[in-house]
Design a protein around this ligand. Structure first.
Ligand code: NAD
Length: 399
């Protein structure tokens, strides 16, 4: 067993989320040896700003650094497949951002490559690692709310509300055929399978594009930037600003979720409620340190995150005592602690406690079904391939 402090990592992508990865890795004691940006110059500027020792010239340059055992992929979605395949081929463990790939056929290739290499592979569904979502997983899969019947919620943001808002996610060749669903719906869908232990088996989706032309600035744009550029060209937009989706889960539960990147005032609002046959449970990302438990025959409860009042998974994800709020950036540290425990042990454990490529692939299968339903206006079954489906089912029920 290695010490975490002896494990070296590198981060590809130095934008919004690459920065969060670097900071979380430092916090858990991993040595970040360097970053790779879109150009050597941009990488060097970001390495300086982040206090990271160096920027690599290229992915080949990064993979020549023998100290790097784990590579974090935080580049735009179209690069996840080629970069991750190269990393696995070079014998390095990978943490890849969501959505895992551009389509389920791509994510299938990543599952196969990681399995063949026997390397640690994680999909960064960090929202699972709010301590109360780990707790909710234990409560719901432990049967404490009875049989899961109804799973509802939303994921709303407002940073693409205006026609002057622009980002690479608006280009299908960079972000994928689905936009709001792939970008943020993927988190909600993964989270619900994690918390309930139930996979989505069928979907009925309506995808809406309200802003059919947007102004693309001629210069670079930061994710979540709200400044309108002076020089811009008009681009036609085909991907969805919002989605409304009906869901069926494998145990017969029904669900409904709304996803939007155009809801004024909602900066990053993920909510869910799971209604079981005896009780209900609900969580809101804007108040992440409390969870609501609803009852019929006794008073409802609000649990304030508290390691002393949660099960082992909730306790493991919590870094601070009750009353000390943990938020978005903390979830990365909690996720990476779980991933790096396997790296330190020398390989993936039989039942990883973190989301793997199999989970990322399963979510891509659901996305593909949502895209087809949006096109055809019909219910679409999620078609699972045998290997991924058995892996994911086992993880969902046992992790
Ligand atoms: N888990 C989460 O909560 C979360 C949040 C935001 C983004 N993401 C995911 O992270 C990824 C990046 O999103 P972002 O918001 O940070 O985007 P961003 O545009 O802020 O950053 C992307 C980075 O990738 C770099 N890049 C582009 N081409 C590259 C190349 N060829 N080689 C190396 N680097 C390259 C860019 O320079 C930039 O630094 C996406 O897949 C997104 O879905 C996840």
């Amino acid at each position: 067993m290695k010490r975490i402090a002896d494990i070296g990592a590198a981060v590809i992508g130095t934008g919004f989320i690459g920065t969060v990865h670097v900071e979380a890795l430092r916090r858990i004691g991993v040595q970040v040896h360097g970053v790779l940006g879109s150009t050597p110059e941009r990488g060097a500027a970001r390495a300086t700003a982040l206090g990271v020792p160096r920027a690599y010239e290229s992915l080949d340059d990064l993979l020549r650094d023998p100290r790097v055992e784990v590579v974090h992929v935080t580049s735009p979605n179209d690069l996840h497949l080629p970069q991750t395949l190269a990393i696995l081929a070079a014998g390095r463990n990978v943490v890849c951002e969501k959505p895992l790939a551009m389509s389920a056929s791509e994510s299938r290739r990543l599952v196969d490559a990681a399995a063949a290499a026997g390397l640690v592979n994680a999909a960064n569904f960090n929202i699972r690692f709010y301590p109360l979502n780990q707790h909710a997983h234990e409560v719901v899969t432990g049967g404490d709310i009875g049989d899961v019947r109804l799973v509802t919620g939303r994921y709303f943001q407002d940073w693409l509300l205006l026609e002057s808002d622009w980002n690479w996610r608006l280009q299908p060749e960079r972000g994928g055929a689905l936009r709001a669903v792939g970008d943020i719906g993927s988190h909600w869908l993964d989270l619900m399978t994690f918390v309930t232990g139930q996979r989505v088996v069928a979907v009925m989706a309506e995808l809406a594009t309200f802003i059919e032309a947007r102004r693309e600035p001629t210069g670079p744009v930061e994710t979540f930037s709200t400044d309108a550029a002076a020089d811009a060209v008009t681009r036609a937009i085909a991907t969805e600003d919002a989605a409304t989706i009906l869901l069926r889960f494998e145990n017969g539960a029904r669900g409904a979720v709304s996803i939007s990147q155009i809801s004024a005032g909602r900066k990053n609002s993920l909510q869910y409620e799971i209604d079981g046959s005896t009780s209900s449970i609900a969580w809101d990302s804007e108040q992440p340190d409390q969870i609501w438990l609803g009852h019929r025959e006794r008073a409802n409860e609000i649990l304030i995150k508290n390691p002393a009042l949660m099960g082992p998974a909730g306790r493991a994800a919590a870094a601070l005592p009750g009353g000390h709020v943990e938020g978005f950036a903390d979830t990365f540290a909690a996720h990476f602690r779980a991933v790096y425990a396997d790296v330190a042990a020398g390989g993936p454990s039989p039942r990883p406690t973190y989301p793997t490529f199999a989970d990322g692939h399963d979510e891509m299968l659901v996305n593909d079904a949502i895209a087809e339903s949006g096109r055809t206006g019909r219910w679409v079954n999620v078609v699972r391939d045998p290997v991924a489906s058995s892996t994911t089912a086992q993880e969902a029920h046992t992790s």
